[in-house]
Design a protein around this ligand. Structure first.
Ligand SMILES: [Zn+2]
Ligand SMILES: [Zn+2]
Length: 418
């Protein structure tokens, strides 16, 4: 294969998925020659007897198939996706390098060996290493953009991450197939895609910087929406309210209930940094404040979220009168307003089980919504059930985790309330 095509395809496509592109490449190289469609269009790539034997071996294809299947499964789940980002940083460059080597040795190795017997292997290795390094930088840009989207929708309550994840799978599979037929076009599109990612990340960084101001007493960067500085805990003289994205707006924060607003967006009630994981007792990684200090804090949060319910139900009732589009708007609204704030602090198997049960209920109520007039009750009903189920799960888990934390006071006591 043409070294430039191999370089761009490997470093670009492996930035989305580590194992799927390599698996597809190995399968094409191994079996492509048996099918007429591929034979005609990609003669130079496949069906040659000089195909890298390690890359197309039974063992390599078997291992890649297992890893690609695991990767596909992990991408179907929000928590697994978040965890995957840590592993991917290293797995993707390694696979990009291996795939470049595999693609290059498919054809060029034979040619290069005739001309430059000693240098053939070294040249390929240099290209592969460069592809791995380039892939590493693309992956960090991609993860930066993904981080931004986690901030927008930390609990995947809009389904945004599900849609993006399927799109990435689609791009990788169709990208690999199209590469055989239109290598130049696909390479061009990959380069444009990388450029767009870069621009998006630059925009995200500007936004992130704009969201912070230097602390008045220690000069450490502090979120505009923070209650206190995460480093020195000096109070923020002018905390800003958070908008629907969880980002500081230009309006001053309300005197009452600002920490609860931050918590509802999965942000630290003290320094406004993003909270990691779904554990209700896991302290903020930036300032070590636990999201809920006591059951009283849990009750305050619960009270603030309950207060959102009447307006949310009324909106759902209204939206229920509009077929399809109204249903979508109503469901998205109640999920972000009264379900996600609780659900994002529910962890483990319970979270998985509840999501599954409620999914079945949604299907039943979608059918109910088709009944004129009476159907408009479907959204408020759905909102109420979802809210109740996750509220109860949250309260039970908070009680359990906070009493366990109180029984073992080994962690540093916080001074946020000082
Ligand atoms: Zn400070
Ligand atoms: Zn914090």
């Amino acid at each position: 294969m043409n070294p430039i095509t191999a370089f761009i395809a490997s470093s670009g496509l492996c930035a989305s998925r580590a194992f799927t592109p390599a698996l597809l490449a190995a399968l094409f190289l191994r079996f492509g020659a048996e099918y007429d469609v591929f034979q005609g269009t990609a003669k130079d790539l496949i069906g040659s007897s000089t195909v890298a034997t390690w890359f197309t071996s039974d063992l390599c294809i078997g291992v890649l198939a297992v890893l690609a299947a695991l990767e596909f499964a992990a991408n179907r789940n929000q928590e697994a996706r978040e965890a995957l980002a840590y592993v991917d940083k290293w797995a993707k460059p390694v696979m990009a390098g291996a795939m470049t080597l595999g693609l290059l040795s498919a054809q060029d190795a034979a040619f290069a060996q005739e001309v430059l017997p000693e240098q053939a292997g070294i040249g390929d290795s240099i290209i592969a290493a460069t592809a791995a390094a380039f892939n590493y930088s693309i992956v960090s840009v991609r993860n930066g953009v993904q981080q931004l989207l986690f901030d927008v929708d930390p609990d995947n309550s809009t389904g945004l991450h599900t849609v993006l994840s399927w799109s990435e799978d689609g791009v990788v599979v169709f990208g690999m197939i199209a590469l055989l037929f239109f290598p130049m076009l696909v390479c061009g599109l990959i380069v444009v895609g990388i450029g767009l990612l870069w621009a998006l990340r630059a925009w995200a960084q500007r936004r992130e910087n704009a969201a912070r101001v230097p602390c008045g007493s220690c000069a450490a960067p502090m979120f505009r929406s923070a209650v206190r500085c995460g480093s020195c805990r000096a109070p923020n003289p002018a905390p800003m309210a958070v908008n629907w994205l969880g980002v500081a707006s230009t309006n001053p924060a309300p005197v009452e209930g600002h920490p609860e607003e931050l918590l509802s967006k999965r942000r630290c009630p003290c320094c406004a940094a993003r909270l990691e994981g779904h554990d209700v007792a896991r302290p903020c990684s930036a300032c070590n404040t636990p999201p809920f200090e006591s059951m009283a804090a849990v009750a305050r949060f619960d009270h603030a979220m309950q207060a959102r319910l009447p307006r949310t139900l009324a909106f759902g009732l209204l939206m229920g009168l509009v077929p399809v589009l109204g249903m979508i708007a109503g469901v998205l609204y109640f999920r972000t307003r009264v379900v996600a704030p609780y659900r994002q602090y529910v962890s483990g198997f319970r979270r998985f089980l509840l999501r599954l049960l409620l999914r079945i209920l949604i299907v039943a109520l979608v059918l109910f919504q088709l009944i004129p007039l009476l159907g408009s009750l479907a959204i408020p009903l759905l909102a109420l059930v979802n809210h109740r189920v996750f509220r109860r799960a949250f309260l039970a888990q908070a009680e359990q985790r906070l009493s366990a934390a109180a029984a073992a006071p080994s962690s540093t006591p916080n001074i946020a309330t000082a």
